[in-house]
Design a protein around this ligand. Structure first.
Ligand SMILES: [Zn+2]
Length: 446
């Protein structure tokens, strides 16, 4: 590709020219840069807000979806698109710094969008993406230092020595190349910039280190971090956590870490597979009194919000009628995910109290697995679901009540609960338990 300047006349001095910038493409890039700056700011604010408020995966998907559709709608709008193709004819038709700014902003948008979709597993998850971006960005910058050109003065095609004032044909004063006509010149001189290579090498080295450390050797990145930073990251970042607990800790620091782990995983997405190491570490304190009742409450108390009594759909439709059999069950509509902190959380069910009927149905004094609460018809767990059928004998409101006790039991226990014993529910007091009284009102049709 030759960039021959139209102003060159053989036999006349080479004039000083305005850099031949493609104004249309330049305007297009400047509009993008302006918009992308706002987009980056918006995404950054979202990423930070989502991290602080620990939003659910659904909110993240919706936000990313809305953003994606909005951005594409803008980017493919005819007024934005119309000049895009003209750019291909002359790759180096705008100042290089504008193009670099544009590419960096685009890279930031892609990175931030990826980070937005992460569940908050800390920088160990974000690290590889940022590292990859830095690696490729740095590599691109180094390549640019050899090939990148931009609009400028008319110069020698070989050595980019400016030819302003010389009369063609002549020999290049710098390299001696004979310049017979305009085809031996260019006004797209290579960009000789001192910072391309050093910055590119630095970025690539940083990116490479980040990628390497996040896959092969997390300690490399976390090792130099002070304890305070690791404490901040430890609740959701496994590698930061591992580095922190590998260092000696006194009793107060242990208490702080326990509290941070519990506070950091209270949300709906807390205590997943990614926090396995944190849960194992917490397990060593089970039964030692190091974890308080309140802390156990925050780890396990959320069960109370989930478990409830539900009418089993008869399949006949039209609700419950006098003289027809109906059935209720105990259910948790969502999978109950709790910290596996060296104890098992089980529940006891006293039985369904249907209307004024003094007989409790389906209750027992034995413990049950929480995971059976979300059993569906057809699951193997469904046989363990507490359910009871009844035949209403009069129309109107029918109240169904039930008492659930959730308790934190050491693994080896087989515990019975004493529902009506004045000495207390348990023979040996669990470290934590919670009584949940449930009510569910049913409309009985005549
Ligand atoms: Zn030359």
């Amino acid at each position: 590709m030759k960039y021959v300047h139209p102003d060159i006349v053989v036999g006349e001095p080479v004039p000083e020219v305005e850099p031949r910038v493609n104004e249309v493409v330049l305007a297009h890039r400047l509009v993008w840069i302006r918009v992308l700056r706002w987009v980056v700011a918006l995404l950054l604010a979202l990423v930070i807000a989502f991290a602080i408020f620990r939003v659910s995966m659904m909110v993240r998907y919706v936000a990313a979806g809305v953003f994606y559709v909005g951005f594409l709608t803008w980017a493919f709008h005819p007024s934005v698109q119309k000049n895009r193709k003209k750019h291909a004819a002359d790759r180096w038709s705008i100042p290089l710094r504008v193009e670099i700014r544009f590419q960096i902003l685009l890279g930031l948008v892609i990175s931030l969008l990826l980070i937005l979709l992460m569940t908050g597993d800390g920088i160990s998850e974000v690290g590889p993406y940022l590292g990859m971006m830095a690696l490729f960005g740095g590599g691109a910058l180094i390549c640019m230092s050899f090939v990148a050109r931009e609009p400028g003065q008319i110069c020698c095609v070989d050595c980019e020595y400016p030819l302003v004032g010389l009369t063609i044909p002549c020999a290049c004063p710098e390299c001696g190349r004979m310049i017979y006509d305009a085809s031996w010149t260019t006004d797209r001189a290579r960009v000789r910039s001192g910072w391309f290579v050093p910055v590119g090498v630095l970025a690539a080295a940083f990116g490479g280190l980040m990628v390497y450390s996040s896959f092969a050797n997390p300690g490399l990145m976390y090792g130099p971090m002070p304890r305070g930073v690791l404490m901040q990251l430890a609740p959701t970042d496994r590698d930061a956590f591992d580095e922190l607990v590998a260092r000696p800790m006194d009793s107060m620091q242990t208490d702080e870490l326990i509290e941070r782990l519990i506070a950091g995983n209270e949300g709906e997405d807390g205590w997943g597979y990614s926090t396995t190491n944190q849960q194992r570490w917490l397990a060593q304190f089970a039964g030692t009194g190091k974890i308080s009742w309140d802390q156990y409450e925050r780890m396990y108390g959320r069960v109370a919000d989930w478990v409830r009594i539900e009418l089993i759909d008869s399949g006949r439709g039209g609700g419950v009628r006098v003289g027809e059999e109906a059935a209720v069950r105990l259910i948790s509509p969502r999978y109950i995910r709790l910290a596996d902190a060296g104890v098992v959380v089980r529940y006891f069910f006293r039985g369904f109290e249907i209307g004024d009927d003094p007989d409790l149905k389906s209750g027992s004094t034995s413990e049950h697995y929480l995971s059976f609460l979300d059993g569906e018809l057809g699951d193997s767990a469904y046989q363990y679901v507490q359910r009871a059928s009844f035949v209403p004998d009069e129309p109107g409101e029918l109240m169904i009540r039930g008492r659930v006790v959730v308790a934190m039991l050491p693994v080896q226990w087989k515990t019975q609960i004493r529902w009506d014993d004045p000495d207390g529910l348990f023979e040996v007091e669990p470290a934590w338990w919670k009584v949940i009284d449930l009510e569910h009102e049913i409309e009985v049709l005549p």
